[in-house]
Design a protein around this ligand. Structure first.
Ligand SMILES: O=C(O)CC1=CCC(=O)O1
Length: 253
């Protein structure tokens, strides 16, 4: 499936992959630092999100991974650095296992290879298909940011709440179904790409224990935990997140 994407800058390609309920705009804080450091940023909307197509679900993690391979084919890019947050990180873990020749390095952030809570994810899919996105959008903001960040940044928080509220319900639900029951643990040891794993100390959705499993499973992976970061730590602690990412990407050049 051809997903919607935007590119910026010149140099080695870095693909940025969004979390569930967001779109490529979530990477706004990273675009300038990456292009200023000689990378070509390719950010895309995961299927069912933003301006990408919304085929009827359920989707699987291999659907999401194959969309990235098709995107690289479209761009004529043999291999790219891949940075994913949450659902994007799960897509990255699939790519590292199933399309290793297309992946130069991986940054798997605020994510998991075995999220668990199967009933919660299937229940969320059912709720969204029945009621739409409004209730889910309220809940997302509470998981994405700590209460003090929301109080200090009310306009940004509202903008990001709108990002979730305007996500197509069928797309969101179908991605919940890709997460439900997911378990990519067994293949972690086959990943050969240089990998950075980042978790957030205040991420109640996918706490650092999930990142630790990934880092323990991938040979040579580096693991960092960012303080004062909830689930959308790339936004809440954009400075620290981008610093870690640039160090990793420059080391994998
Ligand atoms: O929104 C959430 O519940 C947290 C989350 C898990 C996977 C993802 O992309 O976001």
């Amino acid at each position: 499936m051809k997903v919607h994407y935007e590119t910026a800058g010149d140099g080695d390609v870095v693909v940025l992959s969004n979390s569930i309920g967001s779109n490529l705009r979530m990477w706004e804080p990273q675009v300038k630092p990456l292009t200023d450091n000689g990378f070509r940023v390719v950010r895309y909307d995961t299927r069912g999100h933003g301006s990408s197509p919304v085929p009827p679900g359920p989707y699987s993690i291999s659907d999401l991974g194959r969309d990235v391979v098709e995107l690289l084919d479209t761009l004529g890019v043999e291999s790219a650095h891949f940075v994913g947050l949450s659902l994007g990180g799960m897509t990255g873990a699939w790519l590292g296992q199933h399309a290793p020749t297309r992946i130069r390095s991986l940054a798997l952030t605020f994510t998991s290879v075995k999220p668990g809570n199967v009933d919660m994810w299937t229940g969320r899919a059912k709720q969204v298909r029945a009621e739409g996105m409004a209730t889910i959008a309220e809940g997302s903001i509470g998981r994405w940011f700590t209460p003090d960040w929301i109080s200090a940044n009310p306009e940004l928080a509202e903008e990001l709440r709108q990002m979730t509220a305007t996500t197509p319900a069928e797309g969101y639900a179908s991605c919940c179904e890709a997460i439900a029951g997911l378990d990519l643990t067994a293949g972690l040891g086959t990943i050969t790409a240089p990998t950075l794993v980042i978790s957030g100390a205040d991420d109640a959705a996918l706490p650092p224990s999930h990142g630790q499993v990934i880092a323990d499973g991938i040979p040579g992976a580096k693991f960092e935990v960012i303080d004062h970061a909830a689930h959308l730590g790339s936004y809440q602690q954009a400075g620290k997140f981008t610093e870690l990412l640039l160090e990793h990407l420059k080391g994998a050049r």
